[in-house]
Structure formats: structure tokens, C-alpha cells
Write a protein that binds this ligand. Structure first.
Ligand SMILES: Cc1cc2nc3c(=O)[nH]c(=O)nc-3n(C[C@H](O)[C@H](O)[C@H](O)COP(=O)(O)O)c2cc1C
Length: 329
């Protein structure tokens, strides 16, 4: 499968593993690269920029194929040293970056000067258009289905992706709710040049999260997510558990961040991923859980997606188009 995305970013398959806090580490990213897709180390999972440099080196020891780094720029009262993480990425010689969370305008010139290609991930057509205008190389657009931050517009991918591809001339990566070959083919039909998956890659052998989390994703259905921080206009889609249910309940009574801060602390979410204690805190997962029924290796997952996607295009879709021609003849 060749698209503008595979050509520009120099990868074999039009499949991306987007940044994932606590999950986007060397083991997973290298496995994704070895499978011919594009994986992103998540910069802020590393406690310091120096640790990020080491994580990039660790990834290079595991693969000589291309991979990137995600820099999530969330506005915050006490922000991490974004400029230092950015410099660590540049100094490490990484050539692909995924930005997300906020307008990347402050960071883009630095990446571009270093010859780095940038995919900006956003959740609306207007932000995608703005990102194209300031010079990113591609955009990844998260529909309402996605794990993590879907924005506040609640537009699902079936609308958002074609609405974006009609307005943009750079490649668009469809993101959110995609977990198998059907999603990949659908995204290509909607005009996208590739797909981005989070939850699906989190549920693979090489993903560095506790086995209990992967088994819970397999058990979960598309109904098993909660939208938290809605009332704060910073919505996040996370897995349903005792903690996310409590957060939603407190929010429904008109809470301020201070009322839920103890429940949503990052350290508690990290405990879920590290110790497999599913109710220890908030953990991110999308509606695509309903399409995930196994824990394959990354290689098996990517090979299967590509082979099945090609089979859908040359089989079912071709038959439909052929049947239509026969009817008209
Ligand atoms: C555990 C987890 C953590 C995530 N953390 C981040 C993050 O730190 N930065 C970011 O840009 N996206 C993050 N995401 C979003 C993914 O990169 C991707 O956009 C999203 O998962 C796509 O939706 P899907 O899960 O339905 O495939 C995270 C997703 C998951 C599942």
C-alpha cells in the first residue's frame, strides 16, 4: 500500500502508532518500526530531556528503521520544559515529530530548521487548516471516538476525516476508533493517506503495560469508556472503571478541578499500567476497545491489517464495483 504518507515519511505501511503517555516507549516503538509502520516515543513519559535522549538511543539499539517522537504541548500552570525536550529531540537526530495538544507554532520553526518532518495531531478541521498554513508536513485528526483528548466538538471520524481531507492539501492521517483492516480501508476511502492507532497498539505483546490492562481491553466493548473533564472543557476519553465513574459523578454535581485532582493524578494512572491494578487510577482507552479481541505481536497486527485491507480492496470492494458494472451493462 503506497500513499503520500508512506512516500513522505519513508515507511512501508500507512499505519502510525501515535504518542501514548506511559506506553510510547522504546520496546513498542521499535516493534512498530520493525513491522514497517511509524511509531512515536512519547517525550513526556520520560522524566527529563536527558532520559528522553537515552530512550531514543535505546530505540535505535532495537531498530534501524525510522521512528519519531511525540511532543504533547498541553497548556498547564506548571508546564514541563518543552523547549528542552524539543532540543533533546533535535540533538538526537530524530527526523519525525508528532506534535499534539496545542498550536505547535512556537516549536515548528525549530523542527523545520533541523530538517524534521512534523505531523500535527488535532481534533478539528479549523485547527488542521491552521496547522497546514503554518507549515506542518501532515496532520493526524482524532475523531470523537478516540482515546485521550477528542476536543469539545464531538464530531466522529466518519464526518471529520472527509471534512478535513476536502479542505487540506497535505496528507491527513485518520485517527480514533481504528483497530483493524476495515478501519484502514474506510479511512483511505474517506481521503486519508494513513491511519493512527493508540488503543490497538497498547493491546499488543510488545506494549509495555501490565497484562491485566491488555486483558481488560479485550474484555471491554465499545461502551466501556467515560468522558471525564467535560465540565472543565478539557475532555478526555478514558476506560470505564471505579475511578472514572466517580470523576464523572462528581463533575455532574458541578465540580472544580480541586474536587477531582486526587482521583486523576498521573501517578495513579501509571500504577494501573505498571502494576495492573485496574481501579488504581484513570487510564486512557478508546471506543475501539469494542473491535479488539486479541493480544497479537505488533508484527502480526500490522501484517494482518495490511493483508486484510488489500483483500477487502481487491475482493469485496472490487466485486461490488464489478457487479455494478455488470448491472449497468
Ligand atoms: C494510553 C494512551 C495514552 C495516550 N497519550 C497520548 C499523549 O500523551 N499524547 C498524544 O498526543 N496522544 C495520546 N494518546 C492518543 C493516541 O496517540 C491516539 O491519538 C488515540 O489513541 C487514537 O484513538 P484510538 O485509541 O481509538 O486509536 C494516548 C492514547 C492512549 C490509548
Amino acid at each position: 500500500m503506497r500513499t503520500r504518507f508512506t512516500e513522505i515519511f519513508g515507511v512501508e505501511h500507512p499505519i502510525v502508532q501515535g504518542g501514548m503517555m506511559w506506553v510510547g516507549r522504546a520496546e513498542l516503538v521499535a516493534a512498530v518500526a520493525e513491522a514497517g509502520a511509524l511509531g512515536f516515543i512519547t517525550a513526556l513519559t520520560q522524566p527529563t530531556p536527558e532520559d528522553l535522549v537515552r530512550e531514543i538511543e535505546r530505540t535505535r539499539e532495537l531498530t534501524d528503521k525510522p521512528f519519531g517522537v511525540n511532543l504533547t504541548i498541553l497548556p498547564s500552570i506548571d508546564p514541563p520544559p518543552y523547549a528542552e525536550y524539543r532540543q533533546a529531540i533535535i540533538d538526537s537526530g530524530v527526523k519525525i515529530v508528532e506534535t499534539a495538544g496545542f498550536n505547535p507554532a512556537d516549536h515548528l520553526p525549530h523542527f523545520k530548521d533541523a530538517g524534521i518532518k512534523v505531523i500535527h495531531k488535532c481534533t478539528s478541521v479549523r485547527h488542521a487548516v491552521k496547522a497546514e498554513r503554518i507549515g506542518v508536513d501532515a496532520v493526524s485528526i482524532d475523531g470523537f471516538e478516540c482515546a485521550g483528548h477528542p476536543g469539545e466538538d464531538d464530531v466522529p471520524g466518519l464526518i471529520l476525516i472527509p471534512a478535513a481531507t476536502s479542505k487540506l492539501s497535505i496528507p491527513v492521517i485518520a485517527s480514533g476508533g481504528i483497530a483493524d483492516s476495515r478501519g484502514l480501508v474506510a479511512a483511505l476511502a474517506l481521503g486519508a493517506d494513513g491511519v493512527n492507532m493508540g488503543t490497538r497498539f497498547m493491546c499488543t505483546v510488545e506494549s509495555p503495560v501490565a497484562h491485566e490492562v491488555k486483558e481488560q481491553i479485550v474484555r471491554n466493548t465499545e461502551l466501556d469508556t467515560k468522558l471525564i473533564f467535560r465540565t472543565l472543557r478539557n475532555t478526555a476519553r478514558v476506560a470505564t472503571n471505579a475511578v472514572s465513574e466517580e470523576v464523572v459523578e462528581i463533575e455532574s454535581r458541578g465540580a472544580e478541578f480541586g474536587d477531582i485532582a486526587h482521583l486523576v493524578a498521573g501517578a495513579r494512572g501509571r500504577k494501573v499500567f505498571e502494576d495492573g491494578e485496574l481501579d488504581a487510577g484513570i487510564w486512557t482507552a478508546g471506543q475501539s476497545q469494542g473491535l479488539i479481541h486479541d493480544i497479537p505481536t505488533v508484527g502480526e497486527l500490522v501484517d494482518r491489517m495490511v493483508a486484510e485491507a488489500e483483500a477487502i480492496i481487491t475482493g469485496r470492494l472490487n466485486d461490488i464495483a464489478g457487479a455494478d458494472r455488470a448491472v449497468r451493462a
